[in-house]
Write a protein that binds this ligand. Structure first.
Ligand SMILES: Cc1ncc(COP(=O)(O)O)c(C=O)c1O
Length: 427
């Protein structure tokens, strides 16, 4: 149950936030609260004793909610050893292989190898690298308008959602396609008048765009791009960092389209970064690696257990059903536009960014955590362990908050504005 004991941020959170803001070189806080580690299922507590319903799921990286007993048991099973982190590409631990086997067991049959790395951006980076390595004539890569792939310079070059992420940074040669049904025609135009197929390193796509606005790829767009890339031997990379691991009701979002990519990336809910493909796509030994990749024992074991729990508890189907229910409730809300979603990856738009930010703060003050996306969107990404009653609680808070924020002249104020970047959001 939600329990609000103090304003947000409460006094204890405020002390840490003030100090952290001074000392942290980068500041991109979504919520002005400090997590205590307490909580159960979709509910989490801050250090001021407030209990929130978390429909932000640590930006989709906490699929099974807080303090899941089976995940706690995994953590405890490693409490008698050190180190917990190995230089995993060079010094082998059993969990590395177990994770690879778990990951491949939920991947298309033709994909028989994967590479583990530290983060989503690095997974994308390495997916691009393995494609380029096979294509020495590569002159540029292609991504989609509104796409978001991470903050390393390579992944960032193919990110096209918000100027703040890219301003001032050098870029790799990139072209972009519109995220709509004309994408295939545009790729054909590029092939006709700008470049030969072997000069195109890859086409990189999110089938549901995350940070860019929870935009769901049209079927024709995906089918056209897959057909053209296949016909021309251009590697097709699916970025499943946010969509993957069952969030959309299938293990991977590309499954909704009846296609298979050449390479896909996972991270977030998997707890480690991963590039999945055919063994023959990967380069010779030494071409890609990283000290920590495949070496964090608890991350590997938790990621593997997460796969097991999703499978055992049939959460893919549950995510589809709860997602349909939530979409239905969303469609009944007044003063919002464009309700959309696939499984538990749901969003809607507000009148403008300012109302979006007001709404996020107003919901947090009433115990519901949400995240922004796109220009004026709000995403709802509950953990897979969310019950229909919890969703109802969230929609009740949301509806009241929308009514309040719709009144002319309403604008959120208070200490919260010292910490969150009103008008901006994160990946
Ligand atoms: C689709 C997508 N790709 C890549 C990334 C980058 O992942 P990370 O933040 O782990 O580097 C994100 C992060 O939000 C993402 O949503």
């Amino acid at each position: 149950m939600i329990r609000m004991k103090t304003p947000v941020p409460g006094p204890k959170s405020l002390r840490i936030l003030k100090s952290l803001k001074q000392k942290n070189g980068a500041w991109s806080v979504s919520y002005p609260l400090v997590f205590s580690g307490k909580g159960v299922g979709p509910y989490c507590e801050d250090i001021d004793g407030n209990r929130f319903l978390d429909f932000a799921s640590q930006i989709a990286s906490n699929p099974l909610g807080y303090n899941h007993p089976e995940l706690l048991a995994v953590v405890k099973s490693y409490s008698d050893r050190f180190p917990i982190k190995y230089a995993g590409q060079d010094f082998i631990i059993r969990e590395h292989l177990e994770m690879l086997e778990g990951l491949l067991s939920i991947s298309p049959f033709s994909m028989d190898a994967a590479f583990l790395i530290n983060s989503g951006a690095e997974a994308v980076e390495n997916a691009m690298k393995i494609c380029m390595r096979k294509r020495p004539a590569t002159k540029f890569g292609i991504s989609m308008a509104g796409g978001w792939h991470g903050r390393t310079l390579g992944a960032l070059s193919f990110t096209n959602s918000n100027r703040v992420h890219k301003a001032g940074y050098m870029r790799f040669p990139a072209m972009r396609l519109p995220f709509n049904e004309s994408a295939g025609a545009e790729l054909e135009r590029i092939l006709r008048s700008e470049a030969s197929a072997d000069e195109i390193g890859f086409v990189l796509i999110e089938h549901v765009q995350g940070e860019g606005g929870y935009n769901i790829a049209p079927k024709k767009m995906v089918e056209d791009l897959r057909r053209i890339t296949k016909a021309n031997g251009i590697p097709y990379i699916s970025d499943e960092v946010q969509t993957g691991m069952g969030r959309t009701g299938r293990w991977w979002a590309f499954e909704h389209y009846g296609i298979q990519p050449d390479v896909f990336c996972s991270a977030k809910a998997l707890q480690v970064g991963a590039v999945v493909s055919r063994k023959s796509m990967f380069p010779e030994p030494g071409a890609i690696s990283s000290t920590w990749g495949g070496g964090h024992i608890i991350d590997l074991a938790i990621g593997l257990k997460t796969i097991e729990i999703i499978r055992k508890e049939k959460l893919l189907r549950r995510n589809l059903l709860l997602g349909e229910y939530m979409l239905g409730r969303m469609r009944d809300i007044r003063n919002i536009t464009n309700p959309r979603g696939l499984g538990l990856m749901l969003a809607f738009d507000l009148k403008d960014a300012s109302m979006r930010d007001d709404l996020i703060v107003e919901c947090a003050r009433n115990g519901l955590l949400l995240l922004g996306c796109g220009q004026k969107g709000i995403r709802m990404i509950p953990p897979y362990v969310t019950a229909e009653d919890d969703a109802d609680t969230a929609f009740d808070i949301l509806e009241r908050a929308i009514m309040k924020c719709s009144v002319g002249g309403f604008r959120h104020t208070g200490a919260v504005c010292d910490f969150i970047h009103c008008g901006r959001h994160i990946a």
